[in-house]
Each structure stands twice: as C-alpha cells, then as structure tokens.
Design a protein around this ligand. Structure first.
Ligand SMILES: NC(=O)C1=CN([C@@H]2O[C@H](COP(=O)(O)OP(=O)(O)OC[C@H]3O[C@@H](n4cnc5c(N)ncnc54)[C@H](OP(=O)(O)O)[C@@H]3O)[C@@H](O)[C@H]2O)C=CC1
Length: 266
C-alpha cells in the first residue's frame, strides 16, 4: 500500500488510521500532521509505521496519497503555503468543499499568488469516510472514481464511486441524518424513563430493538418498504405510530431539511 498522509487528525483522521490497522492488517506507512497533537501522538505510539510529522508540508512530501481531514473553516490555514506535486493523490474529505475550490486553494498556495489563475493537475478525489470505517464497516462514497483511492476504501469497508459532485452532495446530505437518528433513539429512551422505566433498562431495551433493525438491514433481498411492512401488523401499534407521527407533514419536513442542506453543500 502506498504511504498515506493525513492532514487533520481528529475523529475521522483517527478512524482512518484505526481502520487501516483493524484486524490482522496494518502494513501501511502513515504520516500524520502535528495538529490534533494528542490523538496523533497516541496513534503513533499504538501503531508501528505511524509517524507524526513536523508540519503539513512534511506530510505531503512523505506520502503518495494525502487525505485532507480538517474542518472546513480550517482549510486555508491547513493548506497555507503547501506545495503538492502532481504525482500525489489528494483525498478531500471536507464536507462542503468541492474539488474545484480545493484545486484553486492548492494552486494559489503553490504559486503564492493572491489570485488563483491556474489550477494544479494533482488528482483530487472527494470522499465521505464515516466513523464506522475504524472497524471497516462503512461504505465510503468517492468522486471521481480513482483506482488507488477506491481500492483504499474497498479495504476499509467498501467504496461507492459516483460520477459527479451533484450525486456526491446528495449522498453527503444523507450522512447528515445520523445524529438525528441517535437523538431519536435517546428521545424514545427518555420518554420511557419519564413513564417510570429505569433509564438504564430503557436504554438497554431501545438499543436491543434497534440493533435488531440494524441486522435486518443486512438482508438486501427485501426492500426498505418491504422490511417496514414485515414489521407491521395491519391496524397494529407500528402502523399507528408510523401514520400518526411519521405522517406526510413529518416526511415533507425531513425532505425540506435535506433540500436546505443540499443547497448549502453545492
Ligand atoms: N466526523 C464525521 O463523521 C465526518 C467528518 N467529515 C469531515 O472531515 C473533516 C474532519 O472532521 P472531524 O474529524 O469530525 O473533525 P475534528 O474536529 O475531530 O478534527 C479536525 C482536526 O483537524 C485539526 N486541524 C485544525 N487545523 C489544522 C491545521 N492547520 N493543520 C492540521 N490539522 C489541523 C484539528 O486539530 P486541533 O484539535 O488541534 O484543532 C483536529 O484534530 C471535516 O471537514 C468534516 O466535514 C467527513 C465525513 C464524516
């Protein structure tokens, strides 16, 4: 595997390093940026072949595949003065930062010009690695498809290359629904606790219910509508909650929130 560099060693940077070393694997050479110092130090102590660099330029110089995993608002500082040779492959995991914009920033930094007039030719690939990549359990959307990048994410749970950034942004918006889902489960738990169930028992029960749902999602022979129908007795409790709470207005409100997010991601 080519040496991998990671600029921005936070939640996602850490998950990638852990994923690379999950199970019996772990031969990758990994170079980490110094920011996120505590996590970087911990990872370099835990895994052979993981090293912390003196600065972001050293990460680029030592790696062939460079993953940029800083928060969007930190992109200019993180990329300041960076020179990325065209034989590198850059993986852009920053939500809401398109490849055109990243190319302009890199070109500007490389030429030290105040206005970017030309872009570098370095291959740029957007990707959406999720925290479950640490256990090689999540599929990573990539755009455009690139053999080296897709192969990396295939090893980390699967790659889903999409043809353009419009499609990429739609799938990116979907990933914005995950914490709402956890909060939905927490709301169920606190509702039960409010009705006298011990909080830890309510918590355990809700987790168990939805772990079962998670397992049933693995059955790809049944559509999501079919799975819903299979869990529902006509006129029963599930149908009642689905039709009285997850009604048309609720469903439209969710789609509207996703539309708003998608507009901001473009
Ligand atoms: N979390 C998620 O589930 C997903 C996140 N993403 C994207 O990944 C990116 C990172 O997210 P996440 O890991 O959650 O964020 P974190 O805040 O956990 O990590 C960002 C890291 O970047 C570091 N950093 C800040 N400035 C610089 C700099 N100048 N040079 C090098 N490193 C720097 C921070 O260091 P310090 O702590 O010192 O500030 C921090 O360790 C975001 O753009 C996000 O949109 C994409 C998919 C999923």
């Amino acid at each position: 595997m080519k040496p991998i560099g990671i600029i921005g060693v936070g939640e996602i940077g850490r998950a990638i390093v852990e994923g690379l070393h999950h199970g019996a694997a772990g031969s990758a050479e990994v170079f980490l940026s110094p920011r996120g110092a505590r996590t970087a130090a911990e990872l370099s102590e835990r895994y052979e072949g993981v090293r912390v660099c003196a600065d972001n330029q050293e990460v680029v110089d030592r790696s062939e595949l460079v993953i940029i995993a800083v928060r969007r608002q930190d992109r200019h500082e993180a990329l300041a003065g960076l020179k990325v040779d065209e034989d590198r492959i850059v993986v852009n995991v920053m939500a809401g930062v398109g490849n055109d914009e990243l190319r302009r920033i890199l070109a500007t930094e490389a030429t030290e010009a105040t206005e970017a007039t030309e872009a570098t030719d370095v291959p740029l690939v957007r990707a959406i690695p999720l925290p479950a990549i640490r256990e090689r359990r999540s599929v990573t959307v990539t755009c455009p498809s690139h053999p080296e990048v897709d192969s990396l994410f295939e090893q980390l749970g699967g790659a889903l290359p999409v043809p353009d950034e419009d499609a990429f942004n739609v799938l990116s918006a979907l990933t914005g629904t995950l914490t709402a889902h956890y909060t939905y489960l927490a709301t169920l738990t606190s509702w039960a606790a409010g009705h006298g169930i011990a909080p830890d028992e309510a918590d355990r029960y809700v987790r168990g219910l939805f772990q079962g749902i998670g397992r049933s999602l693995g059955d790809e022979t049944r559509s999501l509508h079919q799975l819903a129908a299979d869990h529902e007795t006509p006129g029963g409790n599930n149908e009642r909650i689905r039709t009285t709470w997850f009604d048309r207005a609720n469903s439209e409100a969710l789609k509207k929130a996703l539309d708003g997010l998608l507009a901001d991601l473009k």
